[in-house]
Design a protein around this ligand. Structure first.
Ligand SMILES: [Zn+2]
Length: 136
């Protein structure tokens, strides 16, 4: 699956590690023309709890066609990437070099592209937007 950054609003990606069965959800929010905020959600298999576990990780920007992640969190500069750890560095590589991760499966999260909330009905999922946000 191709990971693309949102043109506007928020896009969620769920990354499944086939070796551990663990998942991480990344929320990518469009900030302005060239900047995206990257957040991670803990416990993405439990949507109710996940709403309280969002953590800000840094900003993504594009240079020469490649996504670059910037954060002050030193943990992200560690190159010993644990696939089950929430790493912005990892997400950057995921965007640019997905073929390096054959044991990972990436899927798009069913989230409203405006507010980021979970979409539940087939109609909303297909449209990518929830009924409340679709009114405006
Ligand atoms: Zn919405």
């Amino acid at each position: 699956m191709k990971v693309t950054l949102p043109v506007r609003g928020t896009v969620g990606y769920i990354v499944l590690n086939l070796d551990t069965g663990k998942t991480i959800e990344f929320l990518v929010k469009k900030k302005d023309k060239t900047l995206w905020y990257l957040r991670t959600k803990d416990e993405p298999n439990n949507p109710k709890e996940a709403e309280y576990c969002t953590s800000y990780r840094g900003i993504l920007y594009i240079r020469k066609g490649h996504a670059i992640f910037k954060t002050k969190d030193k943990a992200f500069n560690n190159e010993n990437l644990d696939y089950t750890t929430k790493l912005g560095t990892f997400f950057t590589k995921l965007v640019n070099f997905q073929r390096l991760y054959p044991r990972l499966r990436i899927s798009k999260a069913n989230r409203c592209r405006v507010c980021g909330k979970h979409l539940t009905t087939p109609e909303s999922i297909k449209a990518g937007i929830g009924p409340t946000c679709a009114q405006y």
